[in-house]
Structures are given as C-alpha cells and as structure tokens.
Design a protein around this ligand. Structure first.
Ligand code: ZN
Length: 663
C-alpha cells in the first residue's frame, strides 16, 4: 500500500503486489510453490477514481452505491501462484495492440505523453519473440504498470508486468536512448520462459532468468545490431565475473535462502551459457530446441533436465557433457594463450598453446573457432579445448598476421592472451566483432600505442566513447589531430552520448576557444549534452555558473541534473534551501542518489535554521528508509559520514534529532 491515507502530498496512492518468491500466500490461500498452476479470478473494490490491473481480462466493472467500483478480472489459462497480481492507482492507460490483443501501458498522468516513448516497442517485441520461439504470444493481453517505491527492478506477473519508477523517462531522457528497453524485453520474454513454462523449483530458477537475460541480447541484436548486443552481453559477463560467484552451481539444490538464487549466476552467467549453446548448435537448432521445450512443457513446470532433452531431441547430440559442466557445475575457465612460429624443424607451421589455469581442478570442454589470418584473409578452424594444456598446429604459407582464438567471441572465460602489438593492430583492422575491436583498443590504451586514436572512427558509438575516455589519460590527449576529431564529434555527432563524451573531453582542456560549443550544447534536447555544456560553461566562468545552474534547474535530470545540483550545492546559500532540498527529495531513488546524499548533507552544513535542518534530515531519511534492510549495512556508512558532520557542527538538538531518526 503506497501512501494509503493520502497523507504524503508528494506521492500518489497506489497498490501493488509482489509474489515472487512466495509472498502471494500472505494475501490469498494457495500452495505457494512455482510448480503449482491454476486459473484465477480476482475482484477488487476500489474508489471509482482509480483503475485496476490484474492477470487475464477485465470481464466486468460495477459501480456501487457507496461510490466505489468493483472490477472482476479473469485469467482462464493456468499459471503459477507467484505470478498473480493486483495493481491499483490513478493511472493513465495508453493502448496498443498485437494481433487484436490489447497491449497497454499504465503510467501516472504526468508520463502519459511519454508512455509510447518508453513502452511503444512492445508490440514489435511481442511479434519478434513470437517468431523466434515459434510460439505465438500465448496470453489474452499484455499490460505494463509502473509502481511507486517498488524496490525490485521489475516483475513478470502474467499479462501484467510491474516496473519500478526508473522506467519513467521524459522526452529529453529518451533522446539519450531508452534506458529501460532491455528490462521491458526481459519481462516480456518471461511471458514464455517463466509464465508459460515455469521453473519447477527456485533451484532451477535459471530456466526462467537465463532466458529473460538472453532475450535482452536477442532484442538488441535484432533492433540495434550485433555490436550493440555484444556490448550489452559483455557488460553482463563482467557483472558475473566480478560477483565472486565461482563456487555457485547454476542449478542450485543447496541454498540458505531461496532469495539467494536471484543473482549474477542464474541471470548473467545463465545468459552467457545460452549464448555459447546457441553458437555450438547453430541458430536453427537453438530456436527449434526452445520451441520444443516450450511446447512440450506448456502450462507446466520445467527444469534444466527438460531443457537438455529438448536440445538432444532437436540436435540428435548427447548434451550431458554441456549440462554437467555448466548447469550442474560451477566456475569458469581461465585461459592462457600463447603463440609460436619459426619452431625449429617445423617450417610452415604456427603453434597455439592454450592452458587452463583455474585452480579448481575442473577442466572445461570448450568447442571454439580459431581464425588464422594471412594476407588479410582468415581461414577458420573449429577445435575443441579439452585438456589442461592443448596445443594446436596450423599449416601456413607465411607468418600469420593474427591467430584469433575464440573468433566468434562467445566464451565465458577470463583470458591472458599473449598477442603481439602487430597481432592486435591486425585484429582491429580485420576481425569483425565488437570484442575483437574492444580488446585491441584496450590493448593500445594500456601500451600507450598511437593506434588508440583509430577508435575515434569506429562505426559503433560505445567504442567511440570508450576511446574518448581512454585517450584523455594517454600521451596523445593533446595531439592536434585527436583534438580536431573530438571537436568535430562535439559539434556534429548524431549520437547524443558520443557528443556529450566529446564535450566533456574538451572541457578538460580548459581552452576558451570551445566556449561556443558549450553555449550551443547547453540548449540541446539531450540532458547528457546539455549537462556537458553546463560543465564547460562553469569551468570557464565559475562566477556565472550559479546563475546558469539556477536558470536550467527547472528542467534538469540525468547529467544536467547532476551538474545543476553540483553547482547549486557548492555555491548555494541558506536562501537556496527550498530549491536544493526539493531537487534532492524529488530525485528518483538510485545508486547516484547515494553519492548525492553526501553532497546534500554537506550543503546542510551551511544551513542554520533548525526547522530547515530537520526537514533536510527527513529528506535524507526518506531515501534511506526506501533501501531494503538487507542492503543497509552497505549504504549506511555513507549516510553516517554526512550525519556525523551535521551532529558535530549543529549542536545538541540536531544531534539528538539525528539519533532519533537514524537507527
Ligand atoms: Zn527476470
């Protein structure tokens, strides 16, 4: 129940439920396990001004004598109890369709103009996923609703997905790209993997989450190209590698808490495993196997074993080795790759030695492609890594320009790849994948090689941005050609994020000749570009920055919002309290806001009025109390730093007040 009595004037009254894992049995009688399935009817009686949302279709609405209204929702296909949902609030509903079925978006009225900007690709996604799986969208409708103070990212309730407030973006934010699109794809794909066929147990949650995770790749690849999808996939893989989960099995029969399985192993690693599986069996067999799993187990539960049987039936291959290694095992390979040529007595032969250096004693079996380049053309070899050390010999007519191990860049592994400078130069020149180019550019940056500048002309925006950031700490940062290339990007690049990165680069030079670029940027529709422009203006003319920040503060989010806040907090006085406190309080809960909290607490040191100080402290606590209890041990220390300074500076009354609220 969000603001049920309407006492908080800054927040609407809403209701949302969250079932997963076993919370729906708190409000209905059910056997609350994911392997249960049933149809469902829900009636909700609400004040007439509110709309309701539940699973299936709204069958009837009846106005009652007391001014309330009773809505009757019916779901006539079986699904699991954790997917049952109720949502209530003062929402605007925007409607699209897919093959005559309603596709709707429930947003607060302020966001109604942007509902299609945020969710409008949903019908195309439904079509795309229906075609990929060969199972046409199985449910009667698909609705998405945004709930206040919803602390999980989003939830795939059957036909009624709930999103957190981060889904809300206005037109200017959408100019920088829809930050929520992959989540929209993720929850939608759960309508097949999760809702149509449901993980048999929490131990098997990966058969829901790995597919939802991988759907982000599939959608990105189809809609924005392979580079874009590969970049997203690579970030997800880093998320797993940095999570310290090497000892956790993908299918986990032993856990201390069922919530623990919702982690980087079930999601990110699961998605990376599906990506390797797709590469191994090929696209036709991969998507046929998904179809087989979905149709064989529809309206029932499935586990990793059923997924293996589907792949075996379609491919005719035994897949036990793959499942034992990845699904019922843990860890990932750490590969050391060395290259030799001119071996005595072995003329015309290039040697590649691949060692598995993980200390776990587990040796991985990895089918991979190796591309051997001579004279700019590649010859492909498909090989298996199977031993602690594998040595491969390739016949060549001359010294290879590059031997590209894992040429499709699909491996979930950590690599020490001992290529030469020349090899990486050729890799950037010839090899096509995002990671081929990224690895080469990272190497150029690490070795301070001038080739790093080639990344400024890459066809992919994220690699351009990556290059701009890397060059700024390289010996080539003041190179006239580099500077003029980046100046062009700052003026003209079509991608707003590239443009913003280029402007940020120019700001660091401190050169006043770029002032007109900043002045033009500050009025850009993109908050990233405008924020970079304001940063440039404030760096060159700090006395004017405060006036500028106030001027642009009426519509400032994202990077522009951060920049405005930074300037106001640094230069503001007690007279600016209302404005600064309000912009802090209304900033959406996020990781960024934790950093902003420390700065806001720093600003409060300039405030002397006790009522204002308490209000500021209340705003900080409003945010802190939204953070779920289990995460507070991580974030409370940063809150404490700010509070301790206030306690020390503002005397006994404030000290006592902080002690009474911050517990
Ligand atoms: Zn999910």
């Amino acid at each position: 129940f969000i603001n049920p009595m309407g006492e908080d004037k800054s927040k609407p009254t809403q209701i949302w439920t969250q079932g997963e894992t076993e919370a729906n049995s708190a409000w209905m009688v059910t056997i609350d396990k994911p392997n249960q399935k049933s149809t469902e009817e829900i009636t909700m009686t609400v004040p007439d001004k509110y709309v309701t949302l539940s699973n299936g279709l709204l069958i009837s609405k009846k106005k009652n004598a007391d001014g309330s209204r009773t809505d009757y929702w019916k779901m006539d296909l079986p699904h699991a109890p954790y997917l049952f949902f109720m949502g209530v609030g003062d929402y605007s509903i925007t409607k699209d369709t897919y093959k005559g079925k309603e596709v709707s978006y429930y947003v607060e009225k302020e966001y109604a103009p942007y509902a299609r900007g945020i969710f409008g690709n949903t019908p195309e996604m439904i079509k795309f996923f229906s075609e990929k799986t060969g199972v046409d969208f199985p449910w009667a409708k698909y609705a998405q609703i945004v709930g206040r103070d919803y602390v999980s990212g989003a939830m795939e309730n059957t036909t009624a997905t709930l999103h957190q407030e981060s889904a809300y973006q206005n037109g200017r934010q959408l100019t920088d790209g829809n930050a929520w699109e992959e989540t929209i794809a993720h929850e939608l794909f759960h309508q097949w993997f999760g809702d149509y066929v449901t993980a048999e147990s929490w131990s098997n949650i990966t058969v829901n989450e790995s597919f939802a995770n991988y759907s982000e790749y599939l959608w990105d690849e189809y809609k924005y190209g392979k580079d874009y999808a590969d970049a997203h996939h690579s970030e997800d893989m880093q998320g797993y590698l940095q999570s310290g989960s090497e000892k956790k099995d993908l299918v986990r029969y032993y856990y201390s808490n069922k919530e623990d399985v919702f982690d980087a192993v079930s999601y990110n690693k699961g998605g990376a495993i599906l990506h390797m599986l797709r590469n191994y069996v090929g696209d036709d067999a991969f998507f046929k196997s998904l179809n087989n799993y979905l149709t064989t187990n529809k309206f029932k539960a499935g586990e990793a074993g059923q997924l293996r049987l589907a792949f075996e039936e379609v491919t005719g291959k035994d897949m036990n080795w793959f499942w034992n290694q990845w699904y019922y095992g843990n860890g990932h390979p750490k590969l050391k790759i060395d290259y030799n040529y001119d071996i005595p007595g072995m003329a015309g032969v290039a040697e590649v030695v691949i060692q598995q250096t993980q200390k776990t004693g587990k040796i991985f079996t990895l089918p991979i492609a190796v591309d051997v380049y001579t004279n700019g053309t590649a010859k492909r070899y498909n090989v298996w890594i199977k031993n602690q050390t594998d040595t491969f010999y390739f016949n060549v007519t001359s010294k290879p320009e590059l031997i590209n191990v894992d040429a499709d860049k699909i491996l979930l592994a950590e690599k020490t790849d001992n290529k030469s400078d020349e090899n990486y130069i050729n890799q950037f020149k010839y090899a096509k994948n995002y990671l081929d180019r990224k690895e080469a550019l990272d190497y150029f940056a690490k070795k301070n090689m001038p080739e790093i500048a080639k990344g400024l002309h890459d066809k992919f925006s994220k690699l351009k941005i990556n290059t701009i950031q890397k060059i700024s700490s390289s010996p080539y940062k003041a190179d006239p050609v580099v500077l003029s290339d980046i100046e062009e990007m700052a003026k003209k690049d079509n991608n707003k994020k590239v443009k913003a990165a280029a402007i940020n680069y120019l700001v660091k030079t401190g050169n006043t000749k770029y002032l007109p670029i900043y002045q033009a940027a500050i009025n850009d529709s993109s908050y990233s570009v405008a924020g970079a422009g304001l940063k440039g203006l404030s760096a060159l003319d700090s006395s004017n920055a405060y006036i500028q920040a106030k001027k642009y503060s009426t519509d400032a989010r994202g990077t522009l919002g951060n920049e405005v806040n930074r300037i106001l907090i640094a230069n503001g006085t007690e007279a600016d309290f209302d404005f600064i406190a309000n912009s802090y309080n209304t900033a959406a809960p996020s990781e960024e806001k934790i950093g902003m909290t420390e700065k806001f607490a720093g600003f409060l040191l300039k405030v002397n009025d006790v009522t204002r100080l308490k209000k500021g402290i209340d705003y900080i606590m409003n945010f802190r109390n939204l953070i779920p209890a289990q995460y507070r041990s991580y974030v409370d220390p940063s809150f404490k730093v700010g509070f301790d300074k206030l306690s020390a500076a503002k005397g006994a009354e404030i000290d006592a007040y902080i002690k009474s609220v911050f517990k």
